[in-house]
Design a protein around this ligand. Structure first.
Ligand SMILES: [Zn+2]
Length: 347
C-alpha cells in the first residue's frame, strides 16, 4: 500500500508513481511526502534502499530479542535529524553545527540521504556559544516585536486579533521630501512584501492575514507589489492563498501554520489584562498626558538642586545610595562615572 501526498500536482504524482512502481517490492509500501517533488529517480532509489535496510534492521531486532520484555526496536529520529529531514535543502548556503553528537548525527544522516549536501555543513570550532556568536537569541526576541523595520526606514506593525492577523505597512520619516513619492512608496511596499513573507514564515503565523500596504496610484505598481508578495510566499513550505485586493486596497490572504506558531510557543496570556494589552483609566486620557506620565515614571530626571551640592563629599555619599539616575548631573556641567569612588571628574 502506497500513498502520494495530495498536495503535489497531478503530473508530479503520476511521475512519482511510475518511478516508485519499479522500486517498491510487492509486500511493501511507502508514503511519498511533498518533499519528493522534483526528486530524481536515483534520489528516490537511494531513499528506498535506506528505508529497506532500516526495516530489515527492525525486523531482525524483533526476532533476535532473547526475552519477552518490551524492547525498543526503532524510535523517531531526534530533533536534530528531523530538522535536517524536513527543512534543510539546497536552498541553504551553509549549516553550522555545534556539538560532537549533533555533528555525527547530521553528517551520517546526510551521507545516506543527500551526500551532495554534506559540503554545506560546517562544524563549529569556536569557543563561544554558536547562538551567541550569531546573535540568534537577539533575532528570536525581535520576532516577538509588533514592529519590524524595513531596510529603507519604513516599518511593519503586526497585530494578532481573534479572527485574523493584521499587518500595517508604514513609510519611514523622510518620505516625499524630494524624489518621486509614488516611487518611494512602491519601493517601501516592495520591501514590505518581502519582509511580510519572511515574517510569516519566521513567526509561523496562520489563518487569515490582511495587509494594508501604502496606497499606490498606478495600477502597474500595485501589481508589482502583489506579484512580489506572491513570489516571496512561494518559498514558504506551507499552503497559502492570496485572494484579490479588496475595494479599500487591502490584500487578504490565508496561510496554513506549519507548527504551533512562535508567539504561541513562547508566550502566556498576561493575567492582569487577559491579553488585551492596554491600561484602562477611570477618566478619559489624552495621549499627551499619558506620554508625560510615562516620561515621569521611566525617564531619569535631572534635579537642579543636585548640581549645586555635588562638591561636598557628604552629599555625594547620600546620592550614591539613591537611584543612579538621580545623581546624573547635566553633562555639560559636571560628569561623574557610573561606578564612583566619590571623585568628581570635571570636564
Ligand atoms: Zn497585560
Amino acid at each position: 500500500m502506497s500513498g502520494i501526498s495530495r498536495r503535489l500536482p497531478d503530473q508530479e504524482r503520476s511521475r512519482l508513481k511510475t518511478i516508485l512502481k519499479n522500486l517498491i517490492p510487492e509486500d511493501a509500501g511507502v508514503i511519498v511526502r511533498t518533499a519528493s517533488e522534483g526528486a530524481s529517480e536515483e534520489e528516490l532509489e537511494r531513499d528506498v534502499i535506506r528505508l529497506k535496510a532500516q526495516w530489515e534492521d527492525i525486523d531482525k531486532k524483533s526476532k533476535e530479542s532473547g526475552t519477552n520484555a518490551p524492547a525498543l526496536l526503532y524510535s523517531e529520529p531526534d530533533l536534530t535529524v528531523r530538522v535536517i529531514r524536513d527543512i534543510f535543502n539546497e536552498d541553504f548556503n551553509k549549516l553550522i553545527v555545534q556539538g560532537d553528537q549533533a555533528w555525527d548525527d547530521i553528517n551520517n544522516y546526510l551521507g545516506h540521504i543527500a551526500p551532495e549536501l554534506t559540503a554545506k555543513i560546517e562544524k563549529w570550532t569556536g569557543t563561544r556559544d554558536l547562538f551567541v556568536e550569531n546573535r540568534i537569541e537577539e533575532q528570536l526576541a525581535k520576532a516577538f516585536d509588533r514592529k519590524v523595520y524595513l531596510p529603507s526606514g519604513g516599518s511593519l506593525v503586526i497585530d494578532r486579533t481573534e479572527a485574523m492577523i493584521v499587518i500595517d505597512v508604514n513609510t519611514g520619516k523622510f518620505i516625499g521630501k524630494g524624489g518621486n513619492l509614488e516611487e518611494t512608496v512602491t519601493k517601501n511596499n516592495l520591501e514590505a512584501a518581502e519582509e511580510i513573507a519572511r515574517q510569516l514564515r519566521l513567526r509561523d503565523m496562520g489563518g487569515i492575514v490582511v495587509i494594508d500596504f501604502i496606497d499606490m496610484i498606478l495600477e502597474s505598481n500595485r501589481d508589482l507589489v502583489l506579484r512580489r508578495l506572491i513570489e516571496c510566499l512561494g518559498r514558504d513550505r506551507t499552503k497559502h492563498q492570496v485572494a484579490e485586493v479588496t475595494s479599500l486596497g487591502l490584500v487578504q490572504m490565508t496561510r496554513k501554520r506549519v507548527g504551533q506558531g512562535l508567539i504561541e510557543a513562547f508566550s502566556t496570556t498576561c493575567e492582569s489584562c487577559g491579553g488585551r494589552g492596554i491600561h484602562i483609566h477611570s477618566e478619559p486620557v489624552t495621549k499627551v498626558a499619558l506620554e508625560k506620565d510615562m516620561e515621569q515614571r521611566y525617564v531619569p530626571q535631572v534635579h537642579e538642586e543636585e548640581t549645586e551640592a555635588v562638591d561636598s563629599v557628604e552629599t555625594e555619599e547620600v546620592a550614591e545610595t539613591a537611584e543612579v539616575a538621580e545623581v546624573k548631573a547635566p553633562a555639560q556641567k559636571r560628569r561623574r562615572r557610573a561606578v564612583s569612588t566619590g571623585v568628581i571628574t570635571p570636564e
